[in-house]
Design a protein around this ligand. Structure first.
Ligand code: PXP
Length: 243
């Protein structure tokens, strides 16, 4: 049986805290509530500009999470040093531009293999499972495989933003990419822009093992509470037809 896992991204709990420079809402408490309501892992993105998650959040989460922590980070020397000293279970390498509102596209692994491959090697040597966040394109999957990254995360943003026929086209791209990556021996995850209304068709793509979802869960939590929002998303994932 292949039930997808839910990684709850709690960056935006920290966004709310940083907006006022208070010590609440607590990301640790958010992680605990998410775990109590079905999160299989906790995901955070330590951005270079520290706009939401702070270094101490990463330290505390890794020490206290009951599940596992997936640290999203850019390919920089600073982030590599942080990952190697904190040793989260997983690191997802993402592209990062300072002015962007969120991670806008996937990593160009095919074009930046010389940069990315050494990151994969060093993280792997520290016992950290590396995932590369890529667009659903075959050349990027091939490049990820060549870098010997064990995991990819498919960027679902284009699917989430698409309308009408384009959405079906983007869904097909995700399905094709997921199947190709699984055949190449890669673990396939997915995320970005997913919510309770659009996640169903992506959750039905069998090779996708894990979903990392943040903004929509935290937004929904404002009205129904974080525990209920996590549980609701978990139900959307676990109701996919079993293979
Ligand atoms: N996966 C990755 C690699 C991301 O960078 C993000 C955004 O931080 C997400 C998943 C979650 O995206 P969203 O907040 O749109 O659910």
């Amino acid at each position: 049986m292949n039930i997808p896992l839910l990684g709850v991204n709690i960056d935006h709990v920290a966004t709310l805290r940083q907006a006022r420079g208070t010590d609440y809402p607590s990301v640790l408490e958010a992680a605990r509530i998410a775990e109590d309501h079905g999160a299989d892992l906790i995901t955070v993105h330590l951005r270079e500009d520290r706009r939401h998650i702070q270094d101490r959040d990463v330290t505390e989460l890794i020490a206290q999470a009951r599940t596992r922590v997936n640290l999203e980070m850019a390919c920089t020397a600073e982030m590599l040093a942080i990952a190697l000293s904190h040793r989260p279970a997983d690191v997802c390498l993402v592209p990062e531009r300072r002015a962007e509102l969120t991670t806008e596209g996937g990593l160009d692994v095919a074009g930046q293999r010389a940069l990315i491959e050494p990151f994969c090697r060093q993280l792997e040597a520290a016992g950290i499972r590396v995932s590369l966040f890529i667009d659903p394109e075959l050349d990027q999957i091939q490049a990820a495989h060549e870098c010997r990254a064990p995991v990819i995360e498919l960027h679902t943003g284009a699917y989430a933003n698409a309308v009408d026929d384009q959405r079906q086209h983007e869904l097909q791209r995700l399905a094709t990419a997921a199947t190709a990556a699984e055949s190449a021996g890669l673990v396939v995850n997915a995320g970005h822009g997913l919510n309770v209304s659009n996640v169903g068709p992506v959750a039905a793509i069998k090779p996708i093992r894990e979903f990392n979802i943040g903004h929509s869960i935290i937004a929904r939590a404002l009205f129904i509470g974080l525990g209920a929002a996590v549980a609701e998303m978990k139900r959307c994932l676990t109701s996919r037809p079993v293979a």
